[in-house]
Ligand binder design. Structure first.
Ligand code: RFL
Ligand code: PHB
Length: 394
Protein backbone atom coordinates (compact mmCIF):
# COMPACT_ATOMS: atom_id res chain seq x y z
CA UNK A 1 0.00 0.00 0.00
CA UNK A 2 1.10 3.57 -0.68
CA UNK A 3 -0.15 6.83 0.83
CA UNK A 4 1.03 10.37 1.56
CA UNK A 5 0.70 10.29 5.34
CA UNK A 6 0.71 7.29 7.68
CA UNK A 7 -0.91 8.18 11.00
CA UNK A 8 -0.04 5.96 13.97
CA UNK A 9 -2.84 6.01 16.59
CA UNK A 10 -6.57 6.76 16.43
CA UNK A 11 -6.86 8.85 19.59
CA UNK A 12 -8.07 12.43 19.20
CA UNK A 13 -4.75 13.58 17.62
CA UNK A 14 -4.66 10.91 14.91
CA UNK A 15 -8.35 11.13 14.04
CA UNK A 16 -8.38 14.93 13.91
CA UNK A 17 -5.26 15.13 11.75
CA UNK A 18 -6.60 12.40 9.45
CA UNK A 19 -9.91 14.19 9.04
CA UNK A 20 -8.35 17.60 8.31
CA UNK A 21 -5.97 16.10 5.72
CA UNK A 22 -8.82 14.16 4.11
CA UNK A 23 -10.81 17.35 3.63
CA UNK A 24 -7.81 18.85 1.80
CA UNK A 25 -7.38 15.80 -0.42
CA UNK A 26 -4.14 14.71 1.28
CA UNK A 27 -4.25 10.91 1.41
CA UNK A 28 -3.67 9.21 4.75
CA UNK A 29 -4.04 5.86 6.47
CA UNK A 30 -4.64 5.45 10.22
CA UNK A 31 -3.12 2.48 12.07
CA UNK A 32 -4.44 1.89 15.62
CA UNK A 33 -3.37 -0.83 18.06
CA UNK A 34 -6.71 -1.20 19.92
CA UNK A 35 -10.34 -1.74 18.91
CA UNK A 36 -12.71 1.26 18.46
CA UNK A 37 -14.66 0.10 21.54
CA UNK A 38 -11.52 0.11 23.66
CA UNK A 39 -10.51 3.59 22.44
CA UNK A 40 -13.98 4.90 23.34
CA UNK A 41 -13.96 3.29 26.79
CA UNK A 42 -11.12 5.54 28.02
CA UNK A 43 -12.63 8.40 30.03
CA UNK A 44 -10.26 11.35 29.89
CA UNK A 45 -10.44 15.05 29.14
CA UNK A 46 -13.49 17.21 29.55
CA UNK A 47 -12.49 20.81 28.84
CA UNK A 48 -11.86 22.19 25.33
CA UNK A 49 -10.17 25.50 24.55
CA UNK A 50 -11.56 27.76 21.83
CA UNK A 51 -8.60 26.89 19.54
CA UNK A 52 -9.57 23.20 19.85
CA UNK A 53 -13.27 23.80 19.17
CA UNK A 54 -12.42 26.02 16.18
CA UNK A 55 -10.21 23.26 14.75
CA UNK A 56 -12.97 20.68 15.29
CA UNK A 57 -15.31 22.98 13.35
CA UNK A 58 -12.75 23.17 10.51
CA UNK A 59 -12.77 19.35 10.59
CA UNK A 60 -16.57 19.43 10.12
CA UNK A 61 -16.96 17.10 13.06
CA UNK A 62 -18.52 19.51 15.50
CA UNK A 63 -22.32 19.60 15.08
CA UNK A 64 -22.99 17.54 18.21
CA UNK A 65 -20.30 19.41 20.15
CA UNK A 66 -22.00 22.72 19.31
CA UNK A 67 -25.39 21.30 20.35
CA UNK A 68 -24.38 19.44 23.50
CA UNK A 69 -21.20 21.15 24.78
CA UNK A 70 -21.51 23.18 27.99
CA UNK A 71 -20.01 26.69 27.79
CA UNK A 72 -18.02 27.62 30.92
CA UNK A 73 -17.34 31.29 31.46
CA UNK A 74 -15.69 30.71 34.81
CA UNK A 75 -14.65 28.16 37.42
CA UNK A 76 -14.21 28.12 41.20
CA UNK A 77 -10.95 27.84 43.12
CA UNK A 78 -11.58 26.77 46.70
CA UNK A 79 -9.05 26.83 49.55
CA UNK A 80 -8.97 27.40 53.30
CA UNK A 81 -12.74 26.87 53.43
CA UNK A 82 -13.29 29.74 50.99
CA UNK A 83 -14.30 29.69 47.30
CA UNK A 84 -13.37 32.29 44.69
CA UNK A 85 -14.71 32.42 41.14
CA UNK A 86 -12.28 32.94 38.26
CA UNK A 87 -14.25 34.92 35.69
CA UNK A 88 -12.68 33.57 32.51
CA UNK A 89 -14.66 35.79 30.19
CA UNK A 90 -13.84 38.99 32.07
CA UNK A 91 -10.14 38.26 32.57
CA UNK A 92 -9.31 36.69 29.20
CA UNK A 93 -10.81 39.30 26.92
CA UNK A 94 -14.13 37.53 26.35
CA UNK A 95 -13.09 33.90 25.97
CA UNK A 96 -14.60 30.77 27.53
CA UNK A 97 -14.00 27.01 27.43
CA UNK A 98 -16.35 24.22 26.40
CA UNK A 99 -17.21 21.19 28.52
CA UNK A 100 -17.38 18.27 26.05
CA UNK A 101 -15.85 14.87 26.75
CA UNK A 102 -12.84 13.49 24.89
CA UNK A 103 -14.87 10.31 24.37
CA UNK A 104 -17.47 12.32 22.46
CA UNK A 105 -14.83 14.18 20.41
CA UNK A 106 -13.30 10.81 19.49
CA UNK A 107 -16.67 9.30 18.62
CA UNK A 108 -17.62 12.26 16.37
CA UNK A 109 -14.28 12.01 14.53
CA UNK A 110 -14.57 8.20 14.23
CA UNK A 111 -18.05 8.61 12.69
CA UNK A 112 -16.71 11.21 10.23
CA UNK A 113 -13.85 8.87 9.24
CA UNK A 114 -16.22 5.98 8.62
CA UNK A 115 -18.54 8.22 6.56
CA UNK A 116 -15.59 9.39 4.42
CA UNK A 117 -14.51 5.81 3.71
CA UNK A 118 -10.85 6.67 4.34
CA UNK A 119 -8.59 3.69 5.05
CA UNK A 120 -7.94 2.71 8.67
CA UNK A 121 -6.75 -0.36 10.50
CA UNK A 122 -7.83 -1.05 14.09
CA UNK A 123 -6.28 -3.81 16.24
CA UNK A 124 -3.00 -3.55 14.33
CA UNK A 125 -0.28 -5.64 15.97
CA UNK A 126 3.52 -5.37 15.95
CA UNK A 127 3.54 -1.86 14.45
CA UNK A 128 7.09 -0.86 13.43
CA UNK A 129 8.50 2.19 11.62
CA UNK A 130 11.32 1.90 9.06
CA UNK A 131 13.51 4.16 6.88
CA UNK A 132 12.32 7.24 8.76
CA UNK A 133 15.27 9.29 7.54
CA UNK A 134 14.63 8.43 3.89
CA UNK A 135 12.09 10.11 1.54
CA UNK A 136 9.93 6.98 1.66
CA UNK A 137 9.42 5.78 5.22
CA UNK A 138 7.61 2.48 5.74
CA UNK A 139 5.17 1.30 8.41
CA UNK A 140 4.81 -2.45 8.94
CA UNK A 141 2.21 -4.22 11.07
CA UNK A 142 0.12 -7.35 11.30
CA UNK A 143 -3.63 -7.03 10.76
CA UNK A 144 -5.96 -10.01 11.23
CA UNK A 145 -3.00 -12.32 10.84
CA UNK A 146 -1.74 -10.72 7.62
CA UNK A 147 1.53 -8.76 7.38
CA UNK A 148 0.90 -5.23 6.02
CA UNK A 149 3.38 -2.71 4.59
CA UNK A 150 2.58 0.95 3.99
CA UNK A 151 5.01 3.12 2.07
CA UNK A 152 4.41 6.81 2.70
CA UNK A 153 5.97 10.27 2.52
CA UNK A 154 5.44 11.33 6.14
CA UNK A 155 4.58 9.58 9.42
CA UNK A 156 2.54 11.30 12.14
CA UNK A 157 3.24 9.63 15.49
CA UNK A 158 -0.10 10.18 17.25
CA UNK A 159 0.20 7.06 19.42
CA UNK A 160 0.29 8.53 22.91
CA UNK A 161 2.87 8.33 25.67
CA UNK A 162 3.42 4.55 25.45
CA UNK A 163 3.38 4.33 21.64
CA UNK A 164 6.03 3.05 19.25
CA UNK A 165 6.73 6.33 17.40
CA UNK A 166 8.82 8.17 19.98
CA UNK A 167 10.64 4.93 20.76
CA UNK A 168 11.62 4.64 17.09
CA UNK A 169 13.84 7.73 17.40
CA UNK A 170 17.46 6.88 18.34
CA UNK A 171 18.08 7.89 21.97
CA UNK A 172 21.01 10.14 21.05
CA UNK A 173 18.73 12.19 18.75
CA UNK A 174 16.06 13.07 21.32
CA UNK A 175 16.15 14.75 24.72
CA UNK A 176 13.58 13.93 27.40
CA UNK A 177 12.47 16.25 30.20
CA UNK A 178 10.36 14.71 32.96
CA UNK A 179 8.81 15.28 36.37
CA UNK A 180 6.78 12.57 38.07
CA UNK A 181 4.47 13.69 40.89
CA UNK A 182 4.18 11.70 44.13
CA UNK A 183 0.40 11.15 43.85
CA UNK A 184 -2.36 10.22 41.40
CA UNK A 185 -5.97 11.15 40.62
CA UNK A 186 -8.81 8.79 41.35
CA UNK A 187 -11.69 9.69 39.01
CA UNK A 188 -15.30 8.55 38.93
CA UNK A 189 -18.13 9.07 36.52
CA UNK A 190 -21.66 8.94 37.90
CA UNK A 191 -25.11 9.42 36.45
CA UNK A 192 -25.99 12.26 38.82
CA UNK A 193 -26.56 16.00 38.31
CA UNK A 194 -23.28 17.95 38.75
CA UNK A 195 -22.70 19.72 42.07
CA UNK A 196 -22.41 23.05 40.22
CA UNK A 197 -22.73 24.28 36.63
CA UNK A 198 -19.07 25.39 36.77
CA UNK A 199 -15.96 23.35 37.64
CA UNK A 200 -14.65 23.49 41.23
CA UNK A 201 -10.88 22.99 41.84
CA UNK A 202 -10.34 22.51 45.57
CA UNK A 203 -7.16 22.69 47.64
CA UNK A 204 -7.61 20.95 51.00
CA UNK A 205 -5.31 19.76 53.79
CA UNK A 206 -6.35 16.15 52.96
CA UNK A 207 -5.52 16.66 49.27
CA UNK A 208 -6.87 18.08 46.00
CA UNK A 209 -10.39 17.51 44.63
CA UNK A 210 -12.05 18.46 41.33
CA UNK A 211 -15.73 18.58 40.39
CA UNK A 212 -16.44 18.44 36.67
CA UNK A 213 -19.25 17.19 34.47
CA UNK A 214 -20.18 15.80 31.05
CA UNK A 215 -23.87 16.80 30.95
CA UNK A 216 -26.76 17.87 33.18
CA UNK A 217 -27.01 14.32 34.45
CA UNK A 218 -23.43 13.02 34.20
CA UNK A 219 -20.81 14.11 36.71
CA UNK A 220 -17.06 13.58 36.74
CA UNK A 221 -15.23 13.92 40.07
CA UNK A 222 -11.60 13.43 41.06
CA UNK A 223 -9.70 13.21 44.35
CA UNK A 224 -5.92 13.19 44.79
CA UNK A 225 -4.91 9.71 45.95
CA UNK A 226 -1.78 7.78 46.85
CA UNK A 227 0.16 6.08 44.04
CA UNK A 228 -0.12 2.86 46.07
CA UNK A 229 -3.94 2.99 46.06
CA UNK A 230 -5.85 0.53 43.92
CA UNK A 231 -9.34 1.17 42.52
CA UNK A 232 -10.63 -1.75 44.67
CA UNK A 233 -9.55 0.17 47.80
CA UNK A 234 -12.09 2.85 46.99
CA UNK A 235 -15.74 1.90 47.45
CA UNK A 236 -18.20 4.49 46.10
CA UNK A 237 -19.06 5.44 49.68
CA UNK A 238 -15.40 6.06 50.57
CA UNK A 239 -15.02 8.22 47.46
CA UNK A 240 -18.08 10.38 48.21
CA UNK A 241 -17.06 10.80 51.87
CA UNK A 242 -13.57 11.91 50.87
CA UNK A 243 -14.84 14.26 48.16
CA UNK A 244 -17.33 15.88 50.57
CA UNK A 245 -14.63 16.41 53.11
CA UNK A 246 -12.41 18.27 50.60
CA UNK A 247 -15.07 20.68 49.26
CA UNK A 248 -16.29 23.93 50.81
CA UNK A 249 -19.27 23.28 53.12
CA UNK A 250 -21.72 25.45 51.13
CA UNK A 251 -21.25 23.42 47.93
CA UNK A 252 -21.53 19.97 49.55
CA UNK A 253 -25.23 20.67 50.20
CA UNK A 254 -25.71 20.44 46.41
CA UNK A 255 -23.76 17.17 46.05
CA UNK A 256 -25.91 14.33 44.70
CA UNK A 257 -24.21 10.94 45.13
CA UNK A 258 -24.94 7.71 43.28
CA UNK A 259 -23.34 4.58 41.92
CA UNK A 260 -20.15 5.09 39.92
CA UNK A 261 -20.24 3.91 36.30
CA UNK A 262 -16.47 4.22 35.85
CA UNK A 263 -13.63 4.49 38.34
CA UNK A 264 -9.93 4.74 37.50
CA UNK A 265 -6.60 5.99 38.85
CA UNK A 266 -4.21 8.08 36.72
CA UNK A 267 -0.63 8.93 37.69
CA UNK A 268 0.48 12.56 37.17
CA UNK A 269 3.46 13.44 35.03
CA UNK A 270 5.07 16.37 33.21
CA UNK A 271 7.08 15.27 30.17
CA UNK A 272 8.48 16.79 26.96
CA UNK A 273 10.50 15.14 24.18
CA UNK A 274 12.66 17.47 22.06
CA UNK A 275 12.79 17.76 19.12
CA UNK A 276 9.36 16.48 18.08
CA UNK A 277 10.57 15.35 14.67
CA UNK A 278 13.14 12.99 13.29
CA UNK A 279 13.54 12.60 9.54
CA UNK A 280 10.03 12.15 8.15
CA UNK A 281 8.46 11.30 11.55
CA UNK A 282 6.52 13.98 13.46
CA UNK A 283 5.39 13.38 17.05
CA UNK A 284 1.96 14.76 17.89
CA UNK A 285 0.10 15.09 21.23
CA UNK A 286 0.84 12.73 24.13
CA UNK A 287 3.51 10.94 22.06
CA UNK A 288 5.66 14.07 22.53
CA UNK A 289 4.45 15.60 25.78
CA UNK A 290 2.40 14.94 28.89
CA UNK A 291 0.98 17.42 31.38
CA UNK A 292 -0.69 16.69 34.72
CA UNK A 293 -4.45 17.12 34.11
CA UNK A 294 -4.85 19.99 36.62
CA UNK A 295 -4.68 22.67 33.91
CA UNK A 296 -6.94 20.75 31.45
CA UNK A 297 -4.26 21.13 28.78
CA UNK A 298 -3.38 17.64 27.41
CA UNK A 299 -5.99 17.24 24.70
CA UNK A 300 -5.81 20.93 23.88
CA UNK A 301 -2.05 20.75 23.33
CA UNK A 302 -2.57 17.72 21.12
CA UNK A 303 -5.01 19.83 19.07
CA UNK A 304 -2.52 22.69 18.72
CA UNK A 305 0.16 20.25 17.46
CA UNK A 306 -2.38 18.94 14.93
CA UNK A 307 -3.14 22.54 13.86
CA UNK A 308 0.56 23.16 13.20
CA UNK A 309 1.28 19.89 11.38
CA UNK A 310 -1.90 20.19 9.29
CA UNK A 311 -1.04 23.69 8.11
CA UNK A 312 2.59 22.79 7.36
CA UNK A 313 1.49 19.71 5.38
CA UNK A 314 -0.95 21.89 3.42
CA UNK A 315 1.89 24.28 2.56
CA UNK A 316 4.00 21.27 1.57
CA UNK A 317 1.41 19.64 -0.68
CA UNK A 318 -0.62 22.60 -1.98
CA UNK A 319 2.11 25.25 -2.31
CA UNK A 320 5.05 22.83 -2.78
CA UNK A 321 6.85 24.42 0.18
CA UNK A 322 9.18 21.55 1.03
CA UNK A 323 11.13 23.63 3.56
CA UNK A 324 8.41 24.51 6.07
CA UNK A 325 8.05 21.13 7.83
CA UNK A 326 11.51 21.64 9.36
CA UNK A 327 9.90 24.26 11.62
CA UNK A 328 7.29 21.91 13.12
CA UNK A 329 9.06 21.12 16.36
CA UNK A 330 10.18 24.64 17.23
CA UNK A 331 6.75 26.10 16.42
CA UNK A 332 5.01 23.55 18.68
CA UNK A 333 7.47 23.62 21.56
CA UNK A 334 7.10 27.35 22.23
CA UNK A 335 3.45 26.89 23.14
CA UNK A 336 3.96 23.48 24.76
CA UNK A 337 6.45 24.74 27.35
CA UNK A 338 4.07 27.53 28.38
CA UNK A 339 1.30 24.96 28.90
CA UNK A 340 3.75 22.69 30.76
CA UNK A 341 4.53 25.63 33.04
CA UNK A 342 0.85 26.41 33.72
CA UNK A 343 -0.05 22.75 34.37
CA UNK A 344 2.92 22.34 36.73
CA UNK A 345 1.96 25.58 38.52
CA UNK A 346 -1.71 24.60 38.98
CA UNK A 347 -0.60 21.17 40.23
CA UNK A 348 1.95 22.66 42.65
CA UNK A 349 -0.59 25.13 43.97
CA UNK A 350 -3.52 22.80 44.54
CA UNK A 351 -2.15 19.42 45.68
CA UNK A 352 -0.90 18.16 49.01
CA UNK A 353 2.81 17.35 48.62
CA UNK A 354 3.71 16.68 52.27
CA UNK A 355 2.58 17.34 55.83
CA UNK A 356 4.80 20.42 55.98
CA UNK A 357 2.60 23.22 57.43
CA UNK A 358 4.91 25.92 56.02
CA UNK A 359 4.48 24.62 52.47
CA UNK A 360 0.72 24.61 52.90
CA UNK A 361 0.65 28.19 54.21
CA UNK A 362 2.69 29.31 51.19
CA UNK A 363 0.25 27.55 48.82
CA UNK A 364 -2.67 29.33 50.51
CA UNK A 365 -0.89 32.70 50.39
CA UNK A 366 -0.19 32.19 46.69
CA UNK A 367 -3.82 31.30 46.01
CA UNK A 368 -5.00 34.32 48.04
CA UNK A 369 -2.56 36.59 46.20
CA UNK A 370 -3.44 35.42 42.68
CA UNK A 371 -7.20 35.49 43.30
CA UNK A 372 -7.16 38.99 44.83
CA UNK A 373 -5.02 40.67 42.16
CA UNK A 374 -6.34 41.70 38.74
CA UNK A 375 -2.98 40.71 37.22
CA UNK A 376 -3.14 37.31 38.98
CA UNK A 377 -6.69 36.65 37.79
CA UNK A 378 -5.72 37.59 34.20
CA UNK A 379 -2.72 35.24 34.35
CA UNK A 380 -4.89 32.31 35.44
CA UNK A 381 -7.69 33.10 32.98
CA UNK A 382 -5.56 33.63 29.86
CA UNK A 383 -3.64 30.39 30.47
CA UNK A 384 -6.76 28.37 31.28
CA UNK A 385 -8.64 29.42 28.13
CA UNK A 386 -5.48 28.67 26.12
CA UNK A 387 -2.64 30.89 24.91
CA UNK A 388 -2.74 31.96 21.24
CA UNK A 389 -1.46 29.51 18.60
CA UNK A 390 1.94 30.25 17.09
CA UNK A 391 1.49 31.85 13.64
CA UNK A 392 2.18 29.52 10.71
CA UNK A 393 4.95 30.82 8.41
CA UNK A 394 3.90 31.74 4.90
P1 RFL B 1 -4.04 9.14 23.10
O1 RFL B 1 -5.43 9.61 23.46
O2 RFL B 1 -3.27 8.44 24.14
O3 RFL B 1 -4.18 8.23 21.80
C1 RFL B 1 -3.10 7.47 21.30
C2 RFL B 1 -3.64 6.31 20.51
O4 RFL B 1 -2.55 5.56 19.97
C3 RFL B 1 -2.80 4.18 20.16
N1 RFL B 1 -1.51 3.45 20.16
C4 RFL B 1 -1.01 2.81 19.07
N2 RFL B 1 -1.49 2.67 17.83
C5 RFL B 1 -0.73 1.97 16.94
N3 RFL B 1 0.46 1.40 17.27
C6 RFL B 1 0.97 1.52 18.51
N4 RFL B 1 2.14 0.97 18.82
C7 RFL B 1 0.23 2.25 19.48
N5 RFL B 1 0.43 2.57 20.78
C8 RFL B 1 -0.63 3.29 21.17
C9 RFL B 1 -3.55 4.10 21.48
O5 RFL B 1 -4.31 2.90 21.59
C10 RFL B 1 -4.43 5.35 21.38
O6 RFL B 1 -5.68 5.07 20.79
O7 RFL B 1 -3.13 10.37 22.61
P2 RFL B 1 -3.55 11.70 21.80
O8 RFL B 1 -4.42 11.38 20.62
O9 RFL B 1 -2.30 12.46 21.61
O10 RFL B 1 -4.51 12.50 22.83
C11 RFL B 1 -4.03 13.05 24.03
C12 RFL B 1 -5.15 13.07 25.09
O11 RFL B 1 -5.71 11.78 25.17
C13 RFL B 1 -4.62 13.51 26.48
O12 RFL B 1 -3.69 14.56 26.36
C14 RFL B 1 -5.79 14.01 27.40
O13 RFL B 1 -6.67 12.97 27.68
C15 RFL B 1 -5.23 14.58 28.71
N6 RFL B 1 -6.29 15.00 29.64
C16 RFL B 1 -6.94 16.22 29.49
N7 RFL B 1 -6.64 17.03 28.44
C17 RFL B 1 -7.33 18.21 28.26
O14 RFL B 1 -7.02 18.94 27.31
N8 RFL B 1 -8.35 18.60 29.09
C18 RFL B 1 -8.73 17.85 30.16
O15 RFL B 1 -9.69 18.20 30.84
C19 RFL B 1 -8.00 16.61 30.41
N9 RFL B 1 -8.33 15.81 31.44
C20 RFL B 1 -6.64 14.18 30.71
C21 RFL B 1 -7.67 14.62 31.61
C22 RFL B 1 -6.03 12.94 30.92
C23 RFL B 1 -6.38 12.16 32.00
N10 RFL B 1 -5.72 10.92 32.16
C24 RFL B 1 -6.38 9.69 32.27
C25 RFL B 1 -4.28 10.87 31.96
C26 RFL B 1 -8.04 13.85 32.69
C27 RFL B 1 -7.38 12.62 32.91
C28 RFL B 1 -7.78 11.85 34.14
C1 PHB C 1 -12.58 16.43 33.33
O1 PHB C 1 -13.74 16.86 33.19
O2 PHB C 1 -12.32 15.23 33.19
C2 PHB C 1 -11.50 17.38 33.69
C3 PHB C 1 -11.78 18.74 33.76
C4 PHB C 1 -10.77 19.62 34.10
C5 PHB C 1 -9.50 19.15 34.37
C6 PHB C 1 -9.22 17.80 34.28
C7 PHB C 1 -10.22 16.89 33.94
O3 PHB C 1 -8.54 20.03 34.74
Amino acid sequence: MKTQGAIIGAGPSGLLLGRLLDLQGIANIIIEAKSPEYVLSRIRAGVLEQGTTDLLRTAQGSDRMDREGLVHEGFALSFAGDSRRIDLKKYSGGKSVLGYGQTEVTKDLMDARIASGATQFYEAEQVTLHDIESDHPVVRFVHQGTQQRIECEYIAGCDGFHGVSRQSIPSDRIQLFERVYPFGWLGILSRTPPISHELIYSHHERGFALCSMRSDNLSRYYVQCSLDDRVEDWSDQRFWDELCCRLPAESTRQLVTGASIEKSIAPLRSFVAEPMQFGRLFLVGDAAHIVPPTGAKGLNLAASDVYTLYHLLRLRYQDRRHDVLAQYSSLCLRRIWKAERFSWWMTSLLHKFSDDPFGRKIQEAELAYYTSSEAGLSTIAENYVGLPYEPIPN
